[in-house]
Design a protein around this ligand. Sequence first.
Ligand code: ADP
Length: 160
Amino acid sequence: MINAIYPGSFDPLTLGHMDIIKRAANMFDNLTIAVLDNMEKMPLFSVEERVKILEKATIDMKNVRVIAFNGLLVDYAKENDIHVSVRGLRSDTDFEYELMIAQNNNVLSEEALDTVFLATKPEYIFISSSGVKEIAHFGGDITKYVPPFVKELVYNKYVK
Ligand code: ADP
């Protein structure tokens, strides 16, 4: 059994994240989505809201579970018999940042936690959570960026 983990902020969940989740769930026996609540000080959605959104989006994927996560990924992975971290790659700037994280996790875990990169599909390359927030903030259309139910939740956050 290969247990994998997909860590991220998911603030908000995008179609790019969904694509990585579906592909990783097909690739590994179990996939844990770890919603980080220590990365951003002022998230649009609370960690509880983000966990609920991901649970709803993955309800039909039987080998996927969602947790809120705060701490070192390598510690959680060790305690839960997880040996693969999944990350998505959009660009060379993603690559530099992701390579550093992957190497840190490798050193900290004494090679027990390895990282698998999934290349973003071309149709999602322009999508980022921060971009979604900026577009929604100014009333732009985020239909092509997030699942339909997430679109409503994002707009609700910006209604004054
Ligand atoms: P972070 O918490 O590192 O800022 P996110 O929560 O936005 O990142 O994303 C978590 C993971 O999903 C990262 O590996 C990131 O590269 C990946 N990701 C983000 N947007 C996309 C996308 N459009 N397509 C594929 N992967 C993506």
